[in-house]
Design a binder for this molecule. Structure first.
Ligand SMILES: Nc1ncnc2c1ncn2[C@@H]1O[C@H](COP(=O)(O)OP(=O)(O)OP(=O)(O)O)[C@@H](O)[C@H]1O
Ligand SMILES: [Mg+2]
Length: 193
């Protein structure tokens, strides 16, 4: 098991960074205007997952993408975060191509709550603020209240100091996802996915 684990770690270390990280745009403020313009995307060759997708979400608006399993919802999120590059078309944030933004800046601007939540073997509070001392306990409690998770957390032994096990084995899937929502909210993101 250890050897296999080590091999996987070395594979990650040996990976060439494929996402071009040449963008430098880092505006002081983001409005949150997102536009997909005739986006085509495939993970492999021309096996199109997204075909000519266009939509425009204006600041303050909420967009729901609903579709069958495998329709391409998660792929759309992956593209917005530049975990994958599109093949054709353009993705704009506040009217500027997302490739022109500094990659870390872009990802810090967009808080993403995914289907598969990763929890560290640490307290609930540390799982929420990710050990960032700038995020106060008050902010954590406020965000927990906003997502309706305060009751269940307060019922755990030690409340916010309760130690969750890796992968959230001691929390239900829904509870783990609530922690992930709070984690996103305390960073007060301009864009929440
Ligand atoms: N890493 C990947 N490599 C290759 N193909 C992938 C990869 N991830 C997803 N796909 C394929 O892309 C298509 C879209 O998948 P995607 O995960 O975007 O769907 P989804 O709409 O999020 O589905 P679900 O509702 O099940 O979460 C599927 O056909 C899937 O098999
Ligand atoms: Mg999905």
């Amino acid at each position: 098991m250890g050897m296999l684990g080590a091999e996987r770690i070395f594979n990650v270390l040996d990976t060439d960074e494929r996402t071009e990280n040449k963008g430098t745009h880092k505006p002081a403020q983001i409005q949150g205007d997102i536009q997909f313009k005739n986006v085509w995307f495939a993970y492999n060759d021309e096996n199109w997952v997204l075909k000519d997708i266009s939509f425009h979400v204006k600041p303050g608006e909420t967009l729901a993408l609903v579709g069958a399993t495998g329709a391409g919802k998660s792929s759309t999120i992956n593209i917005l975060n530049r975990f994958y590059e599109i093949n054709k078309g353009q993705v704009l944030l506040d009217g500027i191509d997302i490739r022109d933004y500094e990659l870390n800046y872009l990802r810090a601007t967009i808080a993403t709550v995914l289907q598969d939540v990763f929890l560290f073997s640490d307290s609930i509070a540390n799982n929420i603020n990710l050990n960032n001392p700038k995020i106060s306990r008050e902010a954590i409690i406020k965000a927990a209240e906003d997502v309706g998770a305060l009751d269940f957390i307060n019922r755990l032994p030690g409340a916010f100091d309760y130690d969750v096990m890796e992968r959230g084995a001691t929390l239900s899937a829904g509870q783990a996802q609530l922690i992930s929502f709070i984690r996103a909210l305390v960073y007060n993101p301009q864009i929440l996915v």
